[in-house]
Write a new protein. Structure first.
Length: 348
């Protein structure tokens, strides 16, 4: 199980983590944006003397087999061995593809994640899921592989614009829904327009604890880990559909939109309280707006849901809720019910 460190001194914590890993050579993976804004905070650390930097293109379109091959080739050309160490510095795209590169190069090398976005801190960098997109489908190819360490430093959030902060917050909202009522109340009342980063740091810790406890119980998603898929069956369809139309949306926005649909399904199929549904939907619509879709888009969205990795024999699987923290995994819905949920989303 990976070790999560809430940093006290980033240079000290990173040096301690590196000392616990095999590292005849150290490589740092960053995308163009992280290389500009975040690399200056760590590149002078003594523990990174002689480290080789790999910079890849930014954006979800670069979470591809072509970029993965670039990383492998860079490692190979620059003398990486099975005892080398890869440090992934960046958002979810970097930790996803970097983790997959590390999991597969020389049949697996150690890696450390230093997430620099809220989304990566509370979701992508933690839990051992790695991967790339393929054929327009999100995370179609990947592997379960734990980072040796994940170092959380919320001061990196100062480099984030509000849109990316909101993207990560959607995963925190999901954790509140599958967690505790008190956590959900705190999340729903937080001022995302004027974020208090000191308060947010504590909320990140609480959010991570929800994910960490679930992953510890079910690391390879055979059972309760499916709780973390709340909002994602429809959300991934929104995200993939937006990519195909040339108007990509951030992952967290897609999850927020997916939560609207899946909480609606929770209400009609599992009795999820309508007052909590209304408050959550109101919060999402106020902070995330809406991705415009029409009923003509429904067939494409349903088709994308059918291709989701979580499905079995063509049946679309959902994680639904009977109440906050009352999780119902392996739920199904008819195409008519899914269309109703999309209608509910569109009403906003």
């Amino acid at each position: 199980m990976q070790q999560i460190i809430f940093h006290r001194s980033l240079s000290h914590d990173l040096a301690a983590a590196i000392s616990e890993c095999r590292h005849d050579r150290i490589f740092i993976l960053a995308d163009e944006k992280t290389a500009r804004h975040c690399m200056p905070q760590i590149e002078q650390f003594d523990c990174l003397n002689g480290a080789e930097t790999i910079v890849i293109g930014q954006g979800e379109e670069n979470k591809s087999i072509a970029t993965l091959t670039e990383i492998w080739q860079h490692l190979s050309r620059n003398g990486a061995t099975r005892h080398s160490l890869l440090i992934n510095l960046g958002g979810g795209m970097v930790t996803d593809i970097g983790g997959f590169a590390a999991a597969t190069f020389k049949r697996g090398i150690d890696f450390i994640n230093i997430p620099t976005t809220l989304l990566a801190m509370v979701d992508a960098a933690v839990g051992g899921k790695t991967g790339i997109n393929l054929n327009g489908l999100k995370n179609e190819v990947g592997a379960f592989s734990d980072a040796r360490f994940v170092i959380i430093d919320t001061t990196f959030l100062k480099t984030l614009d509000n849109e990316n902060l909101k993207s990560g917050y959607a995963e925190m909202l999901k954790h509140g829904l599958i967690g505790r009522m008190e956590q959900w109340v705190e999340l729903i009342n937080y001022d995302l327009a004027r974020p208090d980063l000191v308060m947010l740091q504590q909320m990140v810790s609480e959010s991570l604890e929800v994910k960490r406890s679930i992953v510890a119980e079910d690391p390879h998603e055979h059972g309760i880990r499916k709780a973390l898929n709340l909002g994602h069956t429809v959300g991934h369809a929104f995200e993939s559909f937006a990519m195909t139309t040339g108007r990509p949306i951030l992952h967290g926005y897609a999850v927020a939109y997916g939560l609207i649909c899946e909480l609606y399904l929770s209400a009609i199929k599992a009795g999820f309280p309508t007052d909590i549904l209304r408050q959550t939907v109101s919060f999402i619509r106020e902070n995330y707006g809406q991705m415009p879709i029409t009923c003509n888009d429904y067939p494409a969205l349903v088709s994308l849901m059918r291709h989701d990795k979580k499905n079995t024999t063509g049946t679309i699987n959902f994680t639904l809720l009977a109440d906050i923290g009352d999780i119902r995994i392996d739920q199904t819905a008819s195409e008519e019910e899914i269309r109703e949920a999309l209608d509910f989303y569109s009403e906003g």
